[in-house]
Design a protein around this ligand. Structure first.
Ligand SMILES: *[C@@H]1O[C@H](CO)[C@@H](O)[C@H](O)[C@H]1NC(C)=O
Ligand SMILES: *[C@@H]1O[C@H](CO)[C@@H](O)[C@H](O)[C@H]1NC(C)=O
Ligand SMILES: *[C@@H]1O[C@H](CO)[C@@H](O)[C@H](O)[C@H]1NC(C)=O
Ligand SMILES: *[C@@H]1O[C@H](CO)[C@@H](O)[C@H](O)[C@H]1NC(C)=O
Ligand SMILES: *[C@@H]1O[C@H](CO)[C@@H](O)[C@H](O)[C@H]1NC(C)=O
Ligand SMILES: *[C@@H]1O[C@H](CO)[C@@H](O)[C@H](O)[C@H]1NC(C)=O
Ligand SMILES: *[C@@H]1O[C@H](CO)[C@@H](O)[C@H](O)[C@H]1NC(C)=O
Ligand SMILES: *[C@@H]1O[C@H](CO)[C@@H](O)[C@H](O)[C@H]1NC(C)=O
Ligand SMILES: *[C@@H]1O[C@H](CO)[C@@H](O)[C@H](O)[C@H]1NC(C)=O
Length: 390
């Protein structure tokens, strides 16, 4: 037993076999391959393992099938490969950050981890999870050189964040649900997202994606945010309800949005800076909006024929003529079915979001539409602010 690690070994089978459980309180630190090899008799390891910052050689932990804690490597500019050839289960996190030379991860049998937390791995192009990780509560992958997420194929998660990975151009997973949040932001601009089996989620954020396909999505407990994406159309063909807000902002090639089954948006409906969006007719069954209804842009038509409740403010501002669209909404306002401030106006020079002062083309500035009077209490306001700030 090397002196760097003092762990208790309890033989689970007859003495002399390799089946042993090793226990450390806290973390064992590996300095070199010799230390890693010393763990080979531990088929299960209770505790965490860290790879020392100064480790200069590749590390391959073999023999260990389960680690109860974390496997961590941080701020190491020499190590090129990290692996655990027999590891099937990691009870804690596979936490890798600031490994500037890392090119390989060799975990051919890994199926289950609590979390993957990876940042600043600029030379890691592929994930060597041959057996595919199918269970993880949390995934946070940022600033890596990964070209795909092949090897990660989880069915459900609490949080998933994949951001600023400039080479990832495809994400496909069997993912069925995400209970807290999923955020794919600022990866390769051509990123194709295909979440064919995703049925429900909380907050979904897609920023700077090339395409997003969510054919099975039925329910969102939280918000859907689409920001600065490059797609020309977006559809959520099976979505019926949005638990919080629906925000579609700055998608400058977007021509068509389609939410054929959505009846209810519990917080705000926001569309702005979608330069090419000329008509908003993709919410044919929308009946109620719990926050503000706020659409601005170059549209010539906005139609939501089933709408009969807007709890917050109402704003349509367009550079084009929306004279034919407004009477429907004016009628709702007259009947007090729109509860907040009301503005529906076309031929504006600077069509903008709710609360801004519109300026008529060749004309003068009008009074401000309203403040954000819509929101019911601080919680709503915070949620809405967050939708805009993320
Ligand atoms: C790690 O070590 C095991 C056992 O010696 C070996 O079978 C495996 O090929 C090694 N993996 C790598 C990536 O070197
Ligand atoms: C989440 O999705 C997985 C995979 O489709 C499924 O097995 C599981 O039952 C789902 N959980 C809930 C609560 O819907
Ligand atoms: C859409 O929802 C219906 C009803 O829940 C379901 O039968 C159908 O398979 C769903 N479509 C997709 C593509 O998931
Ligand atoms: C979200 O909605 C799904 C489907 O209706 C439900 O099973 C789940 O418990 C909800 N999750 C949260 C966090 O509210
Ligand atoms: C969605 O995100 C917002 C902002 O971060 C947060 O306030 C809200 O609670 C989230 N909703 C859910 C259902 O997780
Ligand atoms: C918008 O997309 C929906 C669903 O994909 C489609 O049915 C509809 O024809 C499209 N509308 C236009 C104007 O392209
Ligand atoms: C739309 O774009 C303008 C100009 O870039 C910016 O000032 C404004 O904040 C954007 N609106 C939203 C809702 O993001
Ligand atoms: C309207 O279209 C013009 C020309 O494409 C663009 O410059 C402008 O930003 C658009 N306005 C809005 C509010 O999207
Ligand atoms: C806008 O369209 C309406 C009806 O289609 C028309 O009567 C009106 O003159 C148009 N307004 C402008 C400023 O072009």
């Amino acid at each position: 037993m090397p002196s760097f690690m003092k762990f208790a070994v309890s033989a689970l089978a007859a003495a002399g076999t390799a089946y042993a459980e090793c226990t450390v309180s806290g973390t064992s630190t590996i300095q070199n391959q010799g230390d890693a090899t010393a763990l080979a008799s531990c088929s299960t390891f209770s505790g965490s393992i860290a790879i020392a910052t100064g480790t200069a050689e590749d590390i391959n932990i073999s023999g260990v099938k389960a680690i109860s804690g974390n496997l961590v490597a941080t701020d190491n500019s020499a190590i090129r490969r990290i692996g655990a050839s027999d590891l099937e289960t990691l009870g804690g996190d596979l936490s890798l950050s600031g490994l500037t030379r890392l090119t390989g991860l060799d975990f051919p049998k890994l199926k289950k981890v609590r979390a993957l937390k990876w940042t600043a791995l600029p030379n890691l192009a592929e994930i060597g999870f041959t057996a595919q990780v199918e269970q993880a509560d949390a995934i946070d992958i940022q600033n890596t050189g990964l070209k795909s997420l092949t090897g990660i194929n989880i069915q459900q998660a609490k949080t998933i964040k994949v951001a600023n990975n400039q080479y990832i151009n495809e994400i496909k997973m069997q993912l069925g649900n995400v209970s807290t949040s999923l955020d794919f932001s600022d990866n390769n601009k051509a990123l194709q997202v295909e979440l064919t089996n995703l049925i429900w989620a909380s907050n979904l954020t897609f920023r700077s994606c090339g395409s997003v396909s969510l054919p099975s999505l039925e329910k969102l407990n939280g918000s859907l945010g689409l920001y600065n994406n490059a797609f020309e159309s977006f559809a959520a063909p099976n979505l019926t309800e949005v638990g919080e807000a629906l925000a579609i902002i700055g998608n400058d090639q977007l021509k068509n949005v389609s939410f054929p089954l959505v009846t209810k948006i519990n917080d705000d409906l926001r569309m702005a800076n979608n330069t090419a969006l000329m008509s908003v007719e993709g919410l044919p069954l929308l009946k109620s909006v719990g926050g503000a209804f706020d659409i601005s842009g170059n549209m010539s038509k906005v139609a939501t024929p089933k709408l009969d409740t807007v709890k917050g403010a109402f704003n349509i501002q367009s550079s084009d003529n929306v004279t034919d669209s407004c009477p429907f909404y004016q009628n709702l306002k007259n009947k007090k079915l729109i509860q907040g401030a009301f503005l529906c106006k076309g031929k504006l020079e600077n069509p903008s979001t709710e609360g801004t002062k519109p300026k008529e083309q060749g004309g003068s500035q009008q009074g401000a539409a309203s403040t954000l009077s819509a929101m019911n209490g601080a919680l709503g306001l915070a949620a809405m602010a967050a939708v805009f700030l993320i």
